[in-house]
Write a protein that binds this ligand. Structure first.
Ligand code: ATP
Length: 347
């Protein structure tokens, strides 16, 4: 089911939590709402799910206005960060819950409920835990059961609010791959909220980057990483070095008050200046991290550190050590006006 969000606004008292949000989610798409704490991700998710009302704007499911429908009538499944499983019920009963509380005329026979629940438990690969209680499960297992429970009522839309937020890094990583595979199998239109950029880039078809109640950019993971639309997106997704026009005029191409944004892996290092605009720097730190080598340098007249990433292969052909004096130049950069999101140029 597709979702259309048009000019949605939401205030809490005088605070504007959502500022004119427009978003089109295609049928079967997996969308990540990504942004720092307090940027409005959860508020938007709750409005879509019918747990909160927007002040103004339109919300359509498959072209149909759903504002008047309450949460139960929207056919939406929820998974929250804190496992909302019923403690006194077994895993099986937790998943069966949504099926058992359906109005009598829609309710399935017991045999059908049994079949469906086992099918869902198999889908999340946890049927072998069906008679355990939530307290006897790991955090990751609980979230998979929470997802099975959300899927039991066959929602047309799945909303996930930081579903892996409370889990440790390794389990998070496994679960996000698992979620992607599951989505590829089921193709339910899904929106998940996260503040973790790696999670959003790895799992989603498209990423919606939010900041202070507004959408900064909507794009594929590759687009938001490689072509950030605003300085905020540049800084929020991936690492970036900023060069101000007052210190590095050639790199900002003489634009008045501007900043050139350069990713650490887009900087070349050489022993001799390859171009007039190369910046002389001193190496302050060299650290190998897995397949990359992180080098930090600073210009003579500045204490600001510039971060550079080299592949280990490249580093090995011309190793560097602390104290070395070298020249750097950006291979690729984008220039934005200071304090504004207007892009001035790209190279
Ligand atoms: N019920 C409420 N009453 C008052 N203010 C609220 C309410 N719900 C949210 N807010 C405020 O609205 C803003 C957006 O909140 P929201 O929960 O949508 O952000 P978020 O991006 O999901 O953040 P987090 O990642 O921390 O959950 C925050 O400043 C929050 O304090």
């Amino acid at each position: 089911m597709s979702i259309t969000i048009e000019n949605i606004n939401k205030h809490f008292g005088s605070y504007k939590a959502l500022d004119n949000i427009n978003l089109e989610v295609n049928r079967g798409e997996l969308i990540a709402l990504l942004g720092p704490s307090g940027c409005g991700k959860t508020s938007l998710l709750r409005i879509i799910g019918g747990l909160e009302l927007a002040d103004s704007g339109k919300l359509l499911f498959h072209g149909e206005d759903v504002e008047a429908r309450d949460a139960r009538e929207r056919n939406v499944g929820f998974v929250f960060q804190h496992y909302a499983l019923f403690r006194h019920m077994t895993v099986f009963e937790n998943v069966a819950f949504g099926l058992r509380v359906k109005p009598k005329k829609e309710r399935h026979h017991e045999a059908e409920i049994q079949r469906r629940v086992h099918e869902l438990l198999n889908l999340v690969q946890l049927d072998w835990l069906h008679d355990r209680y939530p307290s006897q499960l790991s955090g990751g297992q609980r979230q998979r059961i929470a997802l099975a429970r959300a899927l039991a009522v066959e929602p047309k839309i799945l909303l996930l609010d930081e579903p892996f937020g409370a889990l440790d890094a390794q389990v998070r990583k496994e679960l996000r791959r698992w979620l992607r595979r599951l989505h590829d199998e089921l193709h339910i239109t899904s929106i998940f909220v996260t503040h973790d950029q790696e999670e959003a880039l790895e799992v989603a078809d498209r990423v919606v980057v939010m900041n202070k109640g507004k959408i900064e950019q909507i794009g594929t993971p590759d687009e938001v990483y490689a072509k950030p639309a605003t300085p905020f997106v540049y800084q929020f997704i991936g690492n970036v070095n900023m060069f101000h026009s007052r210190d590095h005029a050639p790199w900002t191409e003489q634009h008045g008050d501007a900043v050139a944004y350069v990713r650490p892996h887009d900087i070349d290092i050489s022993r001799t200046p390859q171009v007039d605009t190369a910046l002389p720097v001193e190496v302050k730190l060299v650290r190998a991290i897995g397949s990359i080598v992180r080098v930090e340098v600073s210009a003579d007249d500045s204490s600001e550190l510039i971060e550079i990433e080299l592949s280990r292969e490249r580093f090995d052909t011309a190793p560097l050590a602390c104290g070395d004096r070298v020249f750097i130049r950006p291979r690729q950069f984008r220039v934005f006006e200071t304090g504004d999101s207007n892009e001035l140029s790209a190279a």
